[in-house]
Ligand binder design. Structure first.
Ligand code: PMT
Length: 398
């Protein structure tokens, strides 16, 4: 999987002859799995038609700073927040100068000022303009502001001159964009997470379930996506919003969760099983609501399939992390599950307490592998999820 998978990239196009190469950049970024939006300056439209870029990116091209319709939908602030990386290709001498001065006179300039994302430029200009001390100073200022600078190349230019200033080739630019994300811990990894409870139907209106809220699993999905992984979240019924940038697969029963998880693990690198799967299900499910005539009824239950064990047996290359929900002898029961379920690591938590475990915003956990263990003292599930992601990344490196 590419490090660009799931990444949100704005391709900003300023008005230079190299703008025709921007279409190829958009296509290559998309092929590598990135989600792309295009923002053009008005002079860029003299060199390449917005329609071409709209067709390639599959989204309207953004151009006007003062467009009430755009501001009502994805305006400049939303675009600035949306992006992981803003690539200006080509970046003309004039556009670079406007960046140095912090201008906000075009949509693209305003986004650059407002964005917390990585900003990169692929300069493209005549060799004389590139060598001018004003451009040299401008480039030094951009570098000082941590703007990534791709190129330029040297060679024969559109005007017939020979020298530095030609925009790099699209494949080189896309490679460097990918490089900007290479340092992320789980970059390039496919990760599957199970979360929440399952429901095992008794009749059309009743079911067996448990107190899992899904908070732990959803926090893990968010943390893994932030760490650059491509995440599939297989979730039982919960009242939580879908985490951003995750492929959410909703399921109800353990049988559904088993088949969705096995499917998702086919080409995955890591499985984290945070779901509280119902251990048993009714042998028969009544087709009509069971009437309350009897003083007592017997429910015959059968064991559900063990999802995490099935995945660790079927996919030998998968790095499998289980959870252990315990109420006593936490570490020793967890170690037993680590072995029995053929896991690479297990996260044990105490589900007898009301301040951690089920349905709480906080948790305390033990990270246990065959050779090591450490305690994560009580903290928010969001923070614990980030710590677990760090622990997994460290383990994969070891
Ligand atoms: O959802 P929250 O409210 O945030 O609460 C979080 C949590 C307490 C549910 C979570 O931290 C947790 O402990 N999840 C695992 C719950 C559980 O079912 O533990 P277990 O010890 O019974 O199971 C051990 C492992 O086997 C788990 O990884 C579980 O997902 C997996 N399992 C269990 C049974 C089964 N049929 N299939 C499984 O895959």
């Amino acid at each position: 999987m590419s490090t660009l998978s799931n990444k949100r990239i704005i391709v900003g196009i300023s008005g230079g002859i190299a703008a025709y190469k921007s279409a190829e950049i958009v296509r290559r970024l998309q092929d590598a799995g990135a989600e792309v939006r295009v923002v053009m300056t008005s002079s860029a439209e003299e060199f390449i038609r917005p329609l071409t870029l709209q067709a390639l990116s599959g989204h309207p091209v953004h151009a006007d700073l003062l467009d009430p319709e755009a501001e009502a939908g994805m305006g400049h602030i939303e675009l600035a927040r949306w992006a992981d990386l803003l690539l200006i290709a080509p970046a003309t001498a004039d556009f670079i100068a406007s960046m140095v001065h912090g201008r906000a006179n075009s949509l693209l300039n305003a986004i650059i000022l407002a964005t917390p994302a990585i900003v990169a430029v692929a300069p493209a200009m005549n060799q004389g303009m590139w060598s001018h001390p004003a451009t040299t100073d401008n480039m030094a200022m951009l570098a000082k502001r941590q703007v990534r600078i791709f190129g330029p190349d040297s060679g024969v230019q559109a005007c017939g001159d020979v020298g530095p200033g030609r925009m790099q080739q699209p494949e080189q630019i896309v490679e460097q964009v990918a490089g900007c994300f290479a340092g992320q811990q789980l970059s390039g990894k496919k990760l599957v997470i199970t979360a929440g409870p399952t429901r095992e139907a008794i009749d059309p209106v009743r079911y067996i379930s448990n107190h899992s809220s899904g908070k732990m699993g959803y926090a893990l999905a968010q943390a893994a996506a932030e760490a650059g992984a491509q995440v599939t979240l297989v979730s039982g019924p919960v009242n939580l919003e879908a985490p951003e940038r995750c492929n959410l697969v909703r399921v109800i029963s353990a049988a559904d969760m088993l088949s969705a998880t096995m499917d998702a693990c086919t080409d995955a690198d890591i499985l984290i099983a945070a779901a509280a799967v119902a251990d048993y299900r009714p042998v028969t499910v009544a087709t009509q609501k069971i009437k309350k005539h009897a003083e007592a009824i017997n429910l015959e239950l059968e064991k559900n399939p063990d999802i995490v064990s099935a995945a660790s047996t079927a996919y030998s290359d998968l790095f499998v992390v289980g959870f252990a929900a315990e109420t006593q002898d936490i570490e020793s029961y967890a170690r037993d599950k680590l072995q029995r379920k053929n896991l690479d690591a297990i996260i044990a938590n105490d589900v007898s307490r009301s301040d951690v475990g089920f349905n709480s915003d906080n948790n305390e956990a033990w990270w246990i592998t065959a050779t090591a263990s450490k305690v994560f003292s009580i903290r928010s599930k969001t923070q614990l999820a980030r710590d677990i992601v760090d622990a997994i990344a460290d383990q994969l490196k070891a």
